[in-house]
Design a protein around this ligand. Structure first.
Ligand code: FAD
Ligand code: SIN
Length: 539
């Protein structure tokens, strides 16, 4: 049996990646903030980000060019207002990180036009990606964690997984969340004036992914259950180059390797990207991932190869120390051998619908970072536009929350405590691990890089069956972390398939053989939930 406890705060931030910690730090100047992380504070996609952060920093670059590149990668589906906002404010966000002490790589030599080194990635027509070698996310996160760690207004709660949002139905407002403390196996209700979802993406829906275990779409699922709209979930990005190693977990080989001259080759050495796009290896990701998928199917290959051997060992070790070491551990010296690579699920372009201030459909609830759909990425995210989105929307959401505090809040009624009196501990957890495997394989096989109507229909049926089992299990049993994640991921997978079935064309990351053409008018796929059913867990 799980007991219940209560906490109260002004701001509840769910997630401790770049988005969550940035907004927590900003709001803590005036408010009490609680930050949740469902495992350690550093575990999340941010920690693994390699390539860097896109921003117009070079005096020879322009905001206009960043806008054009973002919109072109987004295949006609970006919201121009979101793109302009991010392109204009990116440099300011980078300056804030530099002031906090992030150790970005410096530019060396006589040709520098900016003090820090700027690398190039697919779809960018200029060098505009600031980075800390190939461990940008880790360096940013370490700096942010140091800043929040000793902040008197911030309470950090690692190993706390939120279960669902708490609603004040009379005021149609989010007033916090129910949260499972994984260490004590206790459920808290956390009562907050404002709740910020910063829970990252949902790429764990796929069998092969570059993402850590945290990317289970929890924020998207919780927001949906609370009545918020979601958008563009058919556009899950596949990164073209993850290390292919049968005995190792997926590991990303940064696009910056191609930015610094890496070439994709077939096993016989043929470079193939020029057949697909004039930008060759630096075409946007959807194009490169599809090209690799096509070559692998055509030649019956397990992988293709990424070749950076024309660069010196010293250059490679300086620019890509993490990738160099990791490949060496797997027996591949990338200064002498080509790297075996395959595409893997990488980024959720859609998410909880927000406006330019991170506000969702529900009063009191914000969504920022990968969990949000702001309109920035359209049908395909431009490389290194994600970390910057987290930073810029942390700032606009901060401004909106500060402004909202100027009005009366309608948040005087405490949440009802979590009630587990009607449910029992599960006898066994085998169902959960089976369903995890089945869900991720179905998504990989039927909702991957290339889709068909038939595959999507099969996926929908299989996921619906899984959902039925999962919902029955949830209604009867006390909650545990693996199961909560499965419940969320199955819901988000269903929404991904539903979105994919709604789009009757091929655009950006969504490629359906039954609708290979583009529709004239580009429209986002927006899904709105029906009112949620009552469960035995809540009073
Ligand atoms: P995350 O960093 O994923 O953090 C999510 C947080 O939410 C975690 O703290 C997690 O514990 C918490 N959480 C989730 N659910 C719950 C819950 N129910 N309860 C409590 N806490 C919860 N983007 C770029 O722009 N440039 C790059 O170079 C780049 N490289 C990448 C390399 C890799 C290998 C990967 C995986 C991604 C990369 N990306 C890159 C994408 C980028 O890293 C992510 O989109 C971004 O870091 C997301 O940040 P976030 O704060 O939204 O979420
Ligand atoms: C990479 O380094 O290739 C990842 C960049 C990104 O996802 O934006």
């Amino acid at each position: 049996m799980v007991n219940s406890k209560s906490l109260k705060t002004e701001i509840l931030v769910i997630g401790s990646g770049i988005a969550g910690l940035s907004i927590a730090l900003k709001l803590a100047a005036k408010h009490k903030v609680i930050v949740l992380a469902k495992s350690s504070l550093s575990e999340g996609s941010t920690n693994y980000a390699q390539g860097g952060i896109a921003a117009v920093l070079d005096p020879f670059d322009s905001i206009e060019s960043h806008i054009v590149d973002t919109e072109e990668a987004g295949a006609g589906l970006c919201d121009p207002a979101a793109v302009e906002l991010v392109a204009k404010h990116a440099a300011h966000s980078i300056r804030e990180l530099i002031e906090l002490g992030v150790p970005f790589s410096r530019c060396e030599g006589n040709e520098c036009t900016y003090p820090f080194h700027l690398t190039q990635e697919g779809g960018h027509s200029h060098r505009r990606v600031i980075h800390a070698a190939d461990h940008t996310g880790h360096s940013v996160l370490e700096t942010l964690i140091q800043a929040v760690y000793s902040h008197p207004n911030i309470t950090l709660l690692p190993d706390h997984i939120s279960i669902d949002l708490i609603l004040n139905k009379a005021h149609k407002r989010c007033i916090g969340a129910y949260v499972l403390n994984k260490r004590e196996n206790t459920v808290y209700d956390i009562w907050a004036d404002f709740t910020v979802l910063a829970t990252g993406g949902a790429s764990k829906a796929y069998l092969y992914t570059s993402n850590p275990d945290t990317s289970t779409g929890d924020g998207i699922a919780m927001a949906w259950r609370a009545g918020c709209s979601v958008a563009n979930l058919e556009f899950n990005q596949f990164h073209p180059t993850c290390l292919y190693h049968p005995q190792d977990r997926s590991f990303l080989i940064s696009e910056a390797v191609r930015g610094e001259g890496g070439i994709l080759r077939l096993p016989d050495g043929t470079a193939f990207m020029e057949q697909y796009d004039s930008r060759k290896d630096l075409a946007p990701r959807d194009i490169v991932a599809r090209a690799i998928d096509h070559e692998m199917k055509k030649h019956g290959l397990d992988c293709v190869y990424l070749d950076i051997t024309h660069k010196s060992r010293e250059f490679i070790q300086n620019h890509f120390p993490t990738i160099f070491e990791r490949c060496l551990n797997d027996g591949i010296d990338i200064s002498e051998e080509q790297i075996p690579v395959v595409p893997a699920a990488h980024y959720t372009c859609g998410g909880v619908v927000t406006n330019l201030s991170g506000e969702t459909d529900l009063a009191g609830l914000y969504a920022i970072g990968e969990t949000a759909y702001t309109g920035l990425h359209g049908a395909n995210r431009l490389a290194s536009n994600s970390l910057v989105e987290g930073l810029v929307f942390a700032e606009t959401a901060r401004q909106s929350i500060e402004k909202a505090y100027e009005q009366p809040l309608n948040n005087d009624e405490a949440p009802r405590p979590w009630d587990s009196s009607l449910v029992t501990d599960p006898a066994e957890k085998i169902l959960v691990s089976h369903d995890w495997d089945e869900l991720r394989r179905v998504m990989w096989d039927y909702v991957g890089i290339v889709r068909t109507n038939d595959r999507l229909k099969r996926a929908r049926q299989r996921i619906r069956n899984l959902q039925k089992e999962i919902n029955e299990y949830y209604c009867e049993h006390t909650v545990h972390s693996d199961f909560l994640e499965l419940r969320n991921l199955a819901l988000v997978a269903e929404l991904m398939v539903k979105s994919a079935q709604t789009r009757k064309e091929s655009r950006g990351l969504h490629y359906n053989l039954d609708y290979p053409g583009l529709r004239k008018k580009a429209k986002p796929t927006i899904l709105k939930p029906k009112p949620a059913k009552k469960t035995k867990h809540k009073s």
